[in-house]
Design a protein around this ligand. Sequence first.
Ligand code: HEM
Length: 308
Amino acid sequence: MAEEKADLPSLGEDDGGVLNLTEVEPSPVEETPLEFKEGYFPSPASRSTSSTLGFGNHGPAYYLHRIQKYSSYAFTVFASFHIANTSIIPLITRSVPESNRYLLLTRPYYQSALTEPLVVALPLLAHVSSGIALRFYRRRQTLKRYGAETHRDRKTIPWPSLSGTSALGYALIPMAGFHFWTTRIFPIYMHGDNSMISLSYISHGFVSHPFVSFAGFTAMVGVGTWHFVWGWAKWLGLSPSQVSEVESKRHLIRKRRWYIINAVSALLTGLWLAGGLGIVGRDGKTGGWIGREFDELYNSMPLIGRWR
Ligand code: HEM
């Protein structure tokens, strides 16, 4: 303290003081100090190496996150068509043959050579692979931050945690993959054509393979819908973990969001299953030569051929 005082120029009684300094009124700092002004220190963004990699001023995580987000928009378009065709229209018409007409009407929009890759295959590939790439990127960042050098260091540092939404997403891959294979790839492989596949093909499967059909569709629709609704909540900034830390009622808001998101998921799952299982699942077998073609397809499926 004494040293500090000694450094200060002492002001005298009169306006000049011993060093002839003028005392001024204290006033707020109006200008940004030089060291905080732009250009004195490089900003964190311009310091990143990403600009040299052609990423503009953003890092790879920013772009991977955006790919993951916007690709799911395209899939949402398809999912909306799909819930309409397989549940809402059957619920309204209460007739599978009648609903098949609508299915065939909208099919060209998402199953053409151009639209199928654009609204289904490529967005899904982009969505899943950007999620995986983001995971590896974050892992590398964490290892760098902790200065992991040996194999043992790496083993002790945990991987980025897997959110419930991501876990549902991974669970959906084999289910949606199997569904796509049975309704799209396998019929083309067997008959060179997909045109006779309709809701009646699914109804037929419910009779010949009731257990696989009921359990499989219930699980896939449940897991898928929960993933979509939690996913959308995240994109809209409405998930429980996105409540601001400074919000005074954050515990209450978090809890409320959790209940609302799960309630919407349950309602949507219920709606999808009401039409899918309740109408399509109970329509029974198709007769005639088309029915025999369906039987042939189901019986030659490697996995479920023997399962009921
Ligand atoms: C309406 C469509 C969809 C939306 C809105 C959506 C949304 C999301 C969101 C927000 C995440 C990130 C979760 C997190 O970081 O906590 C995510 C991850 C994921 N999604 Fe989706 N998704 C959709 C469709 C799908 C579909 C159809 C599949 C697979 C068949 C899928 C597979 C995945 C996987 C595997 C991940 C995990 C990536 C990772 O974090 O490692 N998603 N999705």
